[in-house]
Design a protein around this ligand. Structure first.
Ligand SMILES: [Zn+2]
Length: 283
């Protein structure tokens, strides 16, 4: 991919009905996460599915290929006749094509003897995301877990050694090995593994109500399952473990089963990107 990244245009602002939503933030686009502070007694439905509400906070997300037509419905549970229905059109994304060469072939097509390990690790990952704490940590404004050059963006269609594979769902931040990785928002550690086949050192942070951050390719993992971390706490160190061609952090996010673009949640980076590794494109 080119070093120039297409800017993410702001989605047209969407007005949510004031009698139901006190305020909200986030982008109504594919990969967007919307955090809403609701008026008391408000229930939210996304395409008729009820959304969990805690302390008048709710969150919804839209995956990479989410249908552009979405419906939000708000119901006042105290006076059930009061309802607002909103038909929304998400702003579509334009995804890049990214070619990654020079990976060991076993990382492109895992050998038969690795399949059992990959399957077992898949179960661990699914189990870690199957339950989410009832907390509203997702409502904190997120910060970058690491600052550095963005070397891979959300949604890119990927070719590994010329072979098409699943799209990339994270944001890749190139940084020197052992750079501290910080919690972008508070949460509970729901997975902490040092040797995953694809991800290498891997941490999940559960931010509540099915919002989860994923940190991959870590050189070291400094937290354990069950730990409560605050925004800014060091959780691990940047590495190049698993399917990776150079030191970087791959940060991914989920809302329920939808994959969210973390880059939409954070402000511009404050630090100048490190010039180390310029010209290389670690993935
Ligand atoms: Zn990546």
């Amino acid at each position: 991919m080119s070093a120039m990244l297409a800017p993410v245009a702001m989605a047209a602002s969407v007005d949510l009905p004031k009698p139901f939503v006190a305020q909200h933030r986030g982008q109504f686009t594919q990969g967007g996460l919307i955090v809403m502070q609701l008026q008391p007694h408000t229930q939210v439905f996304l395409n008729d599915a009820p959304i969990d509400v805690l302390d008048n906070q709710a969150v919804i997300g839209f995956g990479r290929d989410a249908p552009l037509q979405q419906q939000l419905k708000f119901v006042d549970m105290a006076a059930k006749t009061q309802t607002a229905v909103l038909e929304l059109t998400l702003r579509p994304r334009d995804y890049q094509i990214q070619r990654i060469e020079g990976l060991p072939q076993k990382m492109v097509t895992p050998p038969a003897e690795a399949l059992e390990k990959i399957r077992r690790q898949g179960k661990i990952k699914r189990a870690a995301r199957a339950q989410s704490v009832r907390q509203t940590w997702f409502a904190e404004p997120f910060v970058w877990p690491v600052e550095g050059r963005i070397s891979g963006v959300y949604g890119s269609q990927r070719f590994y050694n010329g072979e098409p594979r699943r799209p990339h769902f994270g944001v890749d931040i190139a940084a020197p090995r052992k750079t501290p990785v910080r919690a972008p928002a508070s949460g509970r550690v729901s997975l902490a593994e040092t040797d995953m086949y694809f991800e290498g050192g891997l941490i999940f942070i559960d931010h509540g109500l099915s919002v989860t951050s994923v940190f991959m390719h870590l050189d070291s993992v400094n937290v354990a399952v069950g730990d409560i971390v605050q925004q800014g706490d060091v959780i691990g160190r940047v590495g190049s473990t698993g399917r990776s061609t150079g030191p970087h952090l791959d940060w991914r996010m989920y809302w329920q089963q939808q994959r969210i673009d973390p880059a939409l949640l954070v402000p511009p980076m404050t630090a100048k990107p490190s010039r180390a590794g310029k010209g290389k494109k670690p993935q």
